[in-house]
Design a protein around this ligand. Structure first.
Ligand code: ATP
Ligand code: MG
Length: 444
């Protein structure tokens, strides 16, 4: 295994000072798989004080848990003292950690065998729990007794699904059985920690592994809306499976972008609540995009997503099912309503949604989306005015004209934009100022 130069420098400095040090955890796993590690973590027998004294630039990242970030060639590396985790009374954090000088103790506290390997050039791979064999077999298996490990930290259950999704691995049967038994205890885990793992599942190569989180009883805890979707049939010609299966398919049809994947997850979240049946037994889901945007907002808040992500996802959910007629003036209004910068994402959402539906009229649906994309591109090429800030006049121009400063200015600009969306040729300063004359309140 080839460690980066900086990692070797840190390990050597620690060794020279008389301590043991290894690359450990996710980076060893990824290097063995030939994947680029996200970050290199180092585990050492040196205490945090010693680590701090050996390197000129360090940051106290998690000093109580033994973690110091060492800056080496302008990159930070987390160096953590070998430790034994105490009880996890709250299913979240170890109540206390004890430092140890025994590498095996440190490896034993880690979640899965594939994450419990260490490496340095002197000793080579330290693999006490058959991690390398599980990597070769493609298996996620707890270190030690699965039930015990999940009782210490319930988040590990969701991490098992996360690694299955990222690596395309299977969860070993006894590990899976323990998750089935203990899934309810995920409730003790903070929304922030759940969010991190959910995002990693969604943006992985296998977002459809969310199905497994459902089968194991995990989504019931943090996303019961998904369980409703899995149970909701869709009896109509546009669909061939449940709302949930359609959602899983749609996730696979969109690129690994956070906002796009969250949107596909939630685009039909309101369908179960909006289901009606006509006289022919066909089901309809009137109003699901609007209610869906509301539900998405609640769900994303509950999972502590930031406001920007939430706003972007909710807007895409709200507009995912709109099919404006392909007439320029109508489409300009649509683009203006959705927000010009959101259209590329919306097109991606519509493509994925279509590809996840039945083949009924699929070609026509896809052609429609491409026609929409083409018209939108032309608007941009022609530098058409689709936003207030692209009008040939601004607020100052209107004030100079004699319109009273304040809300009237915004209203006047809105009105001018409406006119320009209908008739782009109106977007010259002269024409707009003439139009704006009508908005001046006659003084008595
Ligand atoms: P990523 O590539 O996403 O960073 P990772 O395996 O490095 O994946 P991290 O969450 O960064 O995952 O954790 C680093 C290592 O710490 C893991 O490989 C594992 O050995 C250990 N670890 C992390 N979280 C837990 C946990 N909740 N319980 C036990 N061990 C854990
Ligand atoms: Mg990591």
């Amino acid at each position: 295994m080839k460690l980066p130069k900086s990692v070797n420098q840190i390990i050597r400095s620690l060794q020279t000072a008389g301590y043991d040090a290894y690359a450990v955890g996710g980076c060893v796993r990824d290097a063995l798989l030939g994947r680029e590690p996200q970050d290199w973590d180092i585990t050492t027998s040196a205490t945090p004080e010693v680590v701090k004294s050996l390197f000129p630039h360090t940051i106290d990242t998690g000093i109580v848990h033994g973690t110091v970030t060492v800056m080496q060639n302008h990159v930070g590396y987390e160096v953590t003292t070998y430790r034994i985790d105490g009880e996890y009374a709250d299913g979240r954090h170890p109540n206390e950690v004890t430092f140890t000088d025994n590498l095996l103790e440190d490896l034993r506290r880690r979640d899965f065998t594939i994450n419990a390997m260490a490496y340095n050039d002197e000793r080579g791979l330290v693999d006490a729990f058959e991690g390398e064999a599980d990597l070769a077999r493609g298996i996620i298996r707890c270190v030690g007794d699965a039930r015990e490990r999940f009782s210490e930290d319930a988040l590990r259950m969701l991490r098992a699904v996360r690694f299955a999704a990222q690596l395309g691995f299977a969860i070993e049967e006894r590990t899976a059985q323990a998750i089935r038994e203990l899934s309810g205890t995920l409730e003790k885990v903070s929304a922030e920690r759940i969010q991190t793992e959910l995002l990693k599942i969604l943006t992985s190569d296998h977002p459809e592994e969310l199905r497994q989180a459902w089968e194991l009883g995990l989504t019931a805890v943090f996303l019961p809306e998904f369980d409703c979707m899995m149970k909701a049939p869709q009896n109509n010609k546009h669909h061939c499976c449940s709302v949930g299966e359609h959602t899983l398919r749609a996730l696979q049809e969109v690129s690994k972008d956070k906002v796009l994947r969250l949107t596909m997850l939630l685009h039909d979240v309101a369908k179960p609540a909006c289901t009606s049946e006509d006289e022919n037994g066909s089901q309809h889901f009137y109003g699901h995009p609007e209610l869906g945007a509301d539900m998405a907002r609640q769900i994303l808040r509950r999972l502590k997503f930031d406001n920007d992500t939430t706003a972007r996802v909710c807007a895409l959910v709200r507009f995912h099912d709109e099919r404006p007629p392909l007439q320029e003036h109508i489409l300009r209004r649509f683009v203006s309503r959705v927000g010009q910068e959101r259209i590329p994402d919306l097109l991606a959402v519509k493509r994925a949604d279509t590809l996840a539906q039945s083949t009924y009229h699929r070609q026509e649906k896809l052609e429609y989306v491409e026609a929409l994309a083409k018209m939108y591109t032309r608007f941009l090429e022609d530098r058409q005015c689709l936003r207030k800030q692209d009008l040939a006049v601004n607020g100052k121009d209107l004030i100079a004209l004699g319109i009273e400063p304040g809300p009237r200015i915004g209203a006047a600009l809105d009105e001018l934009l409406e006119r320009v969306l209908d008739e782009p040729a109106l977007n010259t300063k002269e024409k707009l100022l003439t139009l704006a004359h009508n908005f001046i309140t006659p003084s008595i």
